[in-house]
Design a protein around this ligand. Sequence first.
Ligand SMILES: CC(C)(COP(=O)(O)OP(=O)(O)OC[C@H]1O[C@@H](n2cnc3c(N)ncnc32)[C@H](O)[C@@H]1OP(=O)(O)O)[C@@H](O)C(=O)NCCC(=O)NCCS
Length: 166
Amino acid sequence: MIDPTSWIAPGVKILRSTNIGKFCILKSGIYIGENCNIKNYVLISENVSIFNDVFIDSYVKFSEKCVIGNNVTLRYNATVARNVRISNNVFIAPNVMMIYDDYKFHKKGPTLIGEGAFIGANSVLGPSVIIGKNVIIGAMSFVTKNCIEPGTYFGSPAKLIKKLKK
Ligand SMILES: CC(C)(COP(=O)(O)OP(=O)(O)OC[C@H]1O[C@@H](n2cnc3c(N)ncnc32)[C@H](O)[C@@H]1OP(=O)(O)O)[C@@H](O)C(=O)NCCC(=O)NCCS
């Protein structure tokens, strides 16, 4: 069901069993798969692709060209920067902020989040960082470098605190 208060650009593709709540804006070139649940006041910019079984809480914002995998959760007020790639089964907690450029505009690559990663509340990612598979980023972290090795990272700047036992 799509709430009539939401605005959807012509040509946006939305597959079956996906719900869109109140006052959302979906711009052109967007693809949304099956069984997604998009709450209220969500802004999705141009050419974003969202695959199946994705939960998008209220006030989440996506800049252009993001790709969101299957079974991803984005909680309240998360902000996803341009070109970010989020793999399957990722959890993004409330108020997470992803940054695309640094202030000198040196870092322009996309941020990549590996399968099964967990990003804690109020954390800031990026720009251009890679979060590895199953990595946990603690709440209130500022991630300035790649976090590839599986384990728990937190702090500002975020550091590997606990390696995952193999
Ligand atoms: C990072 C995290 C996963 C660690 O959990 P844990 O492995 O159980 O670690 P503990 O709680 O035992 O804490 C270990 C130490 O790290 C510190 N610590 C834990 N999380 C921290 C964080 N995010 N930032 C700074 N320090 C942190 C603790 O104070 C403790 O310090 P101490 O050894 O001096 O006592 C957890 O604290 C966290 O931040 N979770 C995110 C929760 C969240 O955002 N949920 C959103 C749900 S919608």
